[in-house]
Design a protein around this ligand. Structure first.
Ligand code: ADP
Length: 621
């Protein structure tokens, strides 16, 4: 179609592009924000859950290390469950329930236990988590061997010192700390290993002449320790013997010294068989400690409702597909809504464009008005404009025809008489001359009227304003029309309320009122009355010209002010004037800052009302 909007400029496409852009941006922003905050929240939750799990594990491990069975662990388990808000269940390695924090029906345990609790085979990962999370009760003075051989340092078994020996050792440690402080000014703190043995911590400072503060009591094993160490030594000896290894001497902290006499020539500490000694020490320790610690157990940490407590941010393919699906749905809805909105928006605009084109081509141009929104109002305004344009166009055409017609009749009369006189058919006597003069005057009248209108249209109507007595003015107009009124047997009456004055151009005003009176007299049947009334209303002077004539139909009333418009379409000059009287009268009223309106009842008469500002707002010449 001619002049169609190219696709990239189409309103619909633009609306669509903008809304898709907006929705993509908002989906992306929302998704990013949600993912970010969820990830942070989940990470925090996971971190908390891990810390809680590690603490539970460590506490239960401590219990197992110091108790030969799980019989008394119920209270600890319940306390842990209360603290962490989880369900804590302990079973044997064959999943026979041992302790459960909830008294309800046995939980459906997950396939994988959270951890296995065995103080003789410590899970180093969980142990590290518990010590790094700061919840562990692990002692700072653990012997190095304890961490590497997977035996919980709290499992001390026969090395646990009786109260008497502890007191003796504590006294010796305090004496030594006092000696260090007194002699070297070193501040030593006393810590206690899980077995109850005091350990002096000098904060890294190790005076080389520490020998002055030596304490034989503190450096030697107590009777209990000596007995336990001897038993352990025996186990290690037999283990090494089985492996054909040279003998070693164990120290109290489970380090060892090789006996020089027995060193086989080929056995080096770091040789392929070098791991035999630590293996033997570890296995012997386990053998020695086994009766003192609780049997291995499985730990299950689940949520209260029995489900797996593990929280993981699940961005599995299904979830990704779901997110993508929702985004696509949102996009689809946006696109559909935009297409609908865009179509609704562009359809009336297209109709308007078509109507304008019709108008250009001189065809009737109307748009269907729908709704009261901006576009509906635009369509209504367009229709009103188109209607007015059509009427003006018709008037213009009619006016040219009318002007030609109005001028032709008097002109052809004049020409006819003059030709007849020339041919000697008519005698140019005074009667003929005055008749010709009358026609010429009529021509002059029409041309003057047309010129007045043209001047008024150009806004150049000259008004010579001066004080005017309204009653005098009405009397003058009445006198001027009395002759024609009497000829038509119409009574002319004038009345003015009080002494009314106004500032106006008396000649123009007489012309305007005169036009109204001449119309009234012409349209009033014999025996009727034409009254001229002047009064004051709202600071204005109002002049009514009322007649008892045949009236004007309501449909015609607004049209009487159009140029060359007549109720009687027959253009007989006897029934009417030029058809310019009322438009000129209205222009004159407007030039004075006033207005001219008409009311009429068919069969009863018409009233033309001229309103003029009393103090004159006339456009001065
Ligand atoms: P015209 O020269 O024909 O009177 P006007 O502009 O003065 O032109 O009037 C326009 C038309 O309005 C007249 O032709 C007549 O039909 C109508 N009209 C004007 N005044 C009256 C009136 N007082 N009573 C009835 N019809 C009137």
């Amino acid at each position: 179609m001619r002049g169609d909007v190219p696709l990239h400029r189409s309103l619909l496409l633009r609306v669509l592009a903008v809304s898709v852009l907006v929705s993509v941006c908002s989906i992306a922003a929302t998704a990013w924000l949600t993912a970010r905050s969820t990830t942070v929240a989940i990470r925090q939750e996971q971190g908390q859950a891990l810390a809680d799990d590690a603490r539970t594990y460590d506490t239960l491990l401590g219990y197992a290390a110091t108790h030969p069975g799980w019989g008394g662990a119920g209270e600890i388990v319940r306390q842990l469950a209360r603290d962490t808000g989880r369900r804590v269940t302990l079973t044997t390695e064959r999943r026979v329930p041992l302790v459960d924090s909830d008294s309800g029906p046995p939980a459906k345990l997950p396939d994988q236990p959270t951890a296995s609790i065995d103080p003789l085979h410590v899970d180093t990962v969980l142990a590290a988590a518990s010590s790094s999370s700061g919840t562990a009760g692990s002692d700072a003075s653990l012997p190095q061997a304890a961490v590497t051989d997977h035996i919980d340092p709290r499992a001390v078994g026969p090395f646990l010192l009786p109260r008497k020996e502890r007191d003796t050792l504590r006294a010796a440690a305090e004496r030594r700390a006092a000696c260090l402080r007194g002699t070297f000014g070193t501040v030593a703190t006393i810590a206690y290993s899980p077995s109850g043995r005091p350990v002096l911590d000098t904060g890294g400072a190790r005076p080389y002449s520490e020998s002055r503060c030596l304490s034989t009591v503190l450096d030697r094993p107590t009777a209990t320790e000596a007995k336990a160490l001897a038993a352990l030594q025996k186990l290690v000896d037999s283990c090494l013997e089985r492996r054909h290894e040279s003998q070693v001497r164990l120290n109290l902290d489970f380090t060892w010294t090789r006996l020089p006499s027995a060193a086989p020539p080929q056995a080096a500490d770091d040789g392929p068989r070098g791991s035999a000694v630590p293996d033997c020490v570890a296995s012997s320790r386990r053998e020695q400690l086994a009766p003192y610690v609780a049997p291995p157990a499985l730990l299950f940490i689940t949520s209260r409702d029995g489900g797996d407590a593990s929280t993981a941010f699940d961005l599995s393919p299904e979830n990704q597909a779901r997110i993508a699906g929702v985004a696509a749905l949102v996009l689809l809805i946006t696109v559909t809504a935009s297409v609908m909105a865009g179509t609704r928006l562009s359809r009336p605009l297209r109709a308007l464009t078509d109507a304008v084109r019709n108008m250009e081509e001189g065809r009737a141009a109307r748009v269907e008005v729908r709704g009261k929104d901006e576009i509906g109002r635009l369509a209504a305004a367009f229709n009103a404009m188109a209607e007015r344009r059509e009427r003006l166009e018709e008037l213009r055409k009619a006016m040219v025809g009318d002007v030609a017609h109005e001028l032709r009749t008097p002109l052809s009369n004049i020409r006819g008489w003059l030709e007849a006189a020339q041919d000697g058919l008519a005698d140019p006597d005074p009667d003929l001359v005055s008749s010709l003069l009358e026609e010429a005057l009529l021509l002059q009248h029409i041309i003057d009227d047309l010129q007045d209108l043209a001047v008024a249209d150009a806004g150049e109507l000259r008004v010579h304003a001066e004080p005017v007595d309204v009653a005098d003015l009405l009397a003058q107009v009445a006198t001027a029309h009395r002759g024609s009124a009497e000829a038509a047997s119409v009574t002319l009456a004038t009345r003015a309320d009080g002494r009314l004055r106004l500032v106006a151009d008396p000649v123009r005003l007489r012309q305007a009122v005169g036009n109204l009176v001449s119309n009234a007299v012409r349209h009033t049947p014999p025996g009727g009355t034409v009254s001229l009334l002047a009064r004051r209303a709202d600071g204005e002077v109002v002049i009514d010209v009322a007649d008892t004539g045949n009236g004007i139909a309501p449909d015609d009333l607004p049209l009487v002010f159009e140029r060359f418009w007549r109720v009687e379409k027959s253009r007989s000059r006897r029934s009417g004037g030029s058809g310019l009287g009322l438009p000129i009268a209205r222009k004159l009223a407007e030039a004075h800052g006033g207005s001219l309106t008409a009311t009429s009842i068919v069969g009863q008469g018409s009233t033309f009302t001229l309103r003029l500002p009393a103090h004159g707002h006339a456009r001065e010449a």
